[in-house]
Write a new protein. Structure first.
Length: 274
């Protein structure tokens, strides 16, 4: 891995001189993309301390791929695609269910038991075993989604490739993200949490404890929390306005299984939904 990183860093330093057809440089980058595709490499991971460790050299390899490849046409039945990288293949062997209308880009990783309804997973993203990517959900470049997660219909998990050291979105294991929620710009959702429908979470959005009114974080929902979209009253010279926030309305016991009926009842009582 260290050797690969050093080779990519050398290519990155002279990226302005690279062009499609450079077979030697492409072989170095292709090796990294293969590692991502097989799940042997990952763009980012959570350290035991809880900090996110970003492997910027891997993101640089992805960016170099677009320099070193030319556009090509791929035909799948009646559909035509024009891109610099192929679509991911080998789903049956990997134990992944992919419904017609779904696609994943080569260089993404899907764990065994993943189900993709008509949805999209971009390059560098990692989706853990047993996760459901529901209809019209998208998982952006380099986003890291844990195991046994449910990304409900229309959920947007944002991606980030530049700058290379920017942390991607991190979704922990056993998370339930409600429909049409948007989690972007390196936001994080801790293990076992439930995110209500339509919630917008990014590093500029305050996360507030409903019991105390205290701000817990910006863009980070703690593990085993039930969080919903809300707003805070703010006064400005031009008048009184409401700014978005995320409200933690319940703390779950660690390891508590999600009872969807109970969760829906809880969220309805706060004017929210899954």
């Amino acid at each position: 891995m260290k050797t690969d990183a050093e080779a990519i860093e050398r290519l990155w330093e002279r990226r302005g001189d690279l062009s499609p057809g450079d077979a030697e440089s492409w072989a170095v980058v292709a090796q990294v993309l293969e590692g991502l595709d097989k799940g042997e490499l990952r763009v980012a991971e959570e350290a035991p301390s809880g900090e996110v460790v970003v492997h910027g050299w891997i993101k640089k390899a992805i960016l170099l791929a677009f320099v070193l490849r030319e556009l090509s046409v791929t035909e799948v039945g009646p559909f035509e695609y024009v891109d610099k990288l192929p679509l991911k293949r080998g789903f049956a062997e990997a134990g992944v269910r992919v419904v017609p209308g779904a696609s994943a880009r080569y260089g993404s990783f899907l764990g065994r038991g993943v189900v993709m309804m008509p949805s999209y997973v971009n390059i560098g993203a990692r989706v853990g075993a047993g996760t459901m990517v529901d209809t019209w959900a998208t998982v952006g470049s380099a986003a890291q989604v844990g195991e046994r997660v449910h990304l409900s219909g229309g959920v947007g998990i944002g991606g980030v490739l530049e700058p290379p050291q920017a942390a991607p979105v991190m979704i922990g294991d056993d998370v339930l993200v409600g429909s049409r929620a948007m989690i972007t710009e390196g936001a994080r959702v801790g293990r076992g949490s439930v995110i209500g429908a339509g919630t917008i979470l990014n590093p500029s959005i305050p996360v507030i404890d409903a019991e105390s009114g205290a701000e817990i974080s910006r863009g980070i929902v703690p593990p085993w929390s039930v969080a919903v979209s809300a707003s805070r009253r703010r006064e400005f010279p031009g008048g009184e306005f409401f700014l978005p926030c995320v409200l933690v309305i319940r703390r779950l016991d660690e390891g508590q299984r999600h009872d969807k009926a109970a969760l829906e009842s809880l969220l309805r009582s706060h004017g929210a939904a899954l």
